[in-house]
Structures are given as structure tokens and as C-alpha cells.
Design a protein around this ligand. Structure first.
Ligand SMILES: [Zn+2]
Ligand SMILES: [Zn+2]
Length: 301
């Protein structure tokens, strides 16, 4: 009997270790991006340069930290949901990520806080934007777009990638209205794409098929790399510990091994070019630091 109990406990312990604590990964695609190539693409277009980056926090959920960083405690960890506005010297704007509405945000955790003013400011800014992109097709990044009251008008200036459009199951529970994407021509590119002067897209599938990073070089030389959800917390970049298998496999169906390799590549990039600010999509502490430093401005124009 004791043998059986010990055996079952052993299996449970091994399962817990494998799903929640194990930081090892195997296989996966080698990350292909380099900062050098991203910079080359970002600098390849002439025109008005980006001069500032703005942010609104539309919602704030909370997950157990053990689901955010492998090996972390089960204490609640804030998951802010942001939208970013890049302002160019001619006053034109680019929106990066479109958050989601109150109903979708409240589905993330019981105690999600929602800022209706920030959501409205973002929706207004989307109507005025020269360009809109999302780091990936998950609902907390694409939801504000799918729910936009002037969807056809904003889709005219939105560059969704082929992979983002072709994976509606990853957008769930957000969804474009029936027929909204009829005739929409998605962006198709290999590895890198110059988006606007000073702005490049870098393809990084793994967290989702349509994941990409956005490199922004401001006119004054400051550089920002929006890494989307490759890491929810910059701690994952610093330590190499991404999400545990439990989160990656059961909830996200992400290619965890590829994400871990991307985390390593980002750590290397950050060590060799510390002047580049990496922006993880849901890191409250980092965002507070960037705002306090004046690198990112709170509120949209
Ligand atoms: Zn996200
Ligand atoms: Zn995501």
C-alpha cells in the first residue's frame, strides 16, 4: 500500500515539475532576427520620423505569477493591457496593439480593472491613425480593432499580417464581424518589413503564428523594441524562464521551445545593445519605469 501511495505521489510530483517548474526546452525553431537587420529596415524609408511614444493602460488583470514565469510563486501578478501610440514629427500617428473592451478584459480574471476613458481615447486615436498594427492576434491585442465602431475605415489603415488574419481561432473570444475582412489584403512579408520611417516589423512566430516585434527608432536616436507577448514580464528575458508548460500548452498552445529561444536571443540583444528598450506587452513595473524616465508618455494625443 505504502509503495502505491509513494508511486502516485512520485508521479504527481514529476507531473508538477514538468508542467509548472521545468525551465528546459527541446527543439523549436532557431530565432532568425538580428537587431542589425531590424535597424536596416527601420532606417530604409524616407519621411517624417517618429518623435515620441505614448501609452494608455486600458485594463489590468491578474494571473498567478507561476503562470507568467516558470518557477515563480503562486502569488497574484498584475497583467496590464496597454495600447501604444507612436507620434511622428508631422503629427501623424501609428497605433501598436488595440487592447480589448470591458467584457473581454473581465474574462481574463475576476478582479480585472477596466478604464473606459482609456479605451475611448484609444478608439478615437485609432480613427485618427495613419497606421495600425498588432504584435499578434490574441484578443487582448486585436480586440479593440475587431470592436471598432468604424471598422471598415480603420481597417483601411491597418496592416494585419497574413498569419494574424488566417488564425481566427487565436483571436477567440474576439472576432471580426461576419464579412468584415472580405476583400481585405493582409500584409505578407518574410522575416522583416519596413512599416514607416523609423519603424520595422520583425517576424517572430512562436507565442502565436502571427507574432511579430515592432522596432521603433525615434528621431533623437532612442530605440524601442515592442516584443509583444514573447515575454509577459521582462523577468523572462533576464532569466530565460518563459511561461511554464501548463500555461504554454494548456491555455495558449504556443510553441514554447521557440519562445524560449527567442527569449535567449532577446537577452543577447539586450546585453549587446542595452540602449534599446525592450517593451514586454504586460509588464507593469517596466512601464512605470519607462514613464518615470520620460521614455514613454502617459495618455494619447
Ligand atoms: Zn497579451
Ligand atoms: Zn498573447
Amino acid at each position: 500500500m505504502l509503495k502505491w501511495i509513494l508511486g502516485i505521489l512520485g508521479v504527481v510530483a514529476l507531473g508538477y515539475y514538468f508542467l509548472v517548474l521545468d525551465k528546459m526546452t527541446y527543439g523549436g525553431t532557431e530565432p532568425v532576427f538580428t537587431l542589425h537587420d531590424g535597424r536596416t529596415y527601420a532606417a530604409s524609408l524616407d519621411g517624417p520620423q517618429p518623435v515620441e511614444i505614448r501609452v494608455v493602460q486600458v485594463a489590468r488583470a491578474a494571473f498567478p505569477k507561476a503562470g507568467v514565469v516558470t518557477g515563480a510563486s503562486w502569488s497574484p501578478h498584475p497583467i496590464p493591457i496597454y495600447s501604444f501610440q507612436v507620434v511622428f514629427e508631422d503629427g501623424s500617428t501609428l497605433i501598436i496593439d488595440t487592447a480589448e473592451d470591458e467584457a473581454l478584459a473581465k474574462g481574463l480574471s475576476d478582479d480585472t480593472a477596466f478604464d473606459m476613458d482609456a479605451y475611448q481615447a484609444m478608439q478615437n486615436a485609432m480613427s485618427q491613425a495613419a497606421k495600425i498594427v498588432v504584435t499578434h492576434e490574441h484578443p487582448d491585442h486585436i480586440g479593440g480593432l475587431t470592436l471598432h465602431p468604424q471598422l471598415q475605415q480603420v481597417l483601411d489603415v491597418t496592416d494585419l499580417t497574413e498569419e494574424q488574419v488566417n488564425h481566427p481561432e487565436r483571436q477567440d473570444p474576439a472576432a471580426f464581424p461576419e464579412g468584415a475582412l472580405d476583400g481585405y489584403v493582409p500584409l505578407s512579408y518574410v522575416d522583416y518589413r519596413a512599416l514607416l520611417p523609423g519603424v520595422a516589423l520583425i517576424k517572430t512566430p512562436g507565442h502565436s503564428p502571427g507574432s511579430q516585434m515592432v522596432l521603433v527608432q525615434l528621431k533623437d536616436g532612442r530605440e524601442f523594441l515592442f516584443i509583444g507577448d514573447i515575454a509577459w514580464s521582462m523577468e523572462s528575458v533576464r532569466t530565460g524562464a518563459g511561461r511554464p508548460r501548463l500555461m504554454s500548452w494548456l491555455f495558449l498552445q504556443e510553441d514554447r521551445a521557440t519562445v524560449f529561444k527567442q527569449l535567449k536571443a532577446l537577452k543577447k540583444l539586450s546585453d549587446s545593445a542595452p540602449e534599446v528598450e525592450l517593451i514586454a506587452a504586460h509588464d507593469l513595473g517596466e512601464m512605470k519605469r519607462l514613464i518615470a524616465n520620460g521614455d514613454i508618455i502617459e495618455g494619447f494625443k
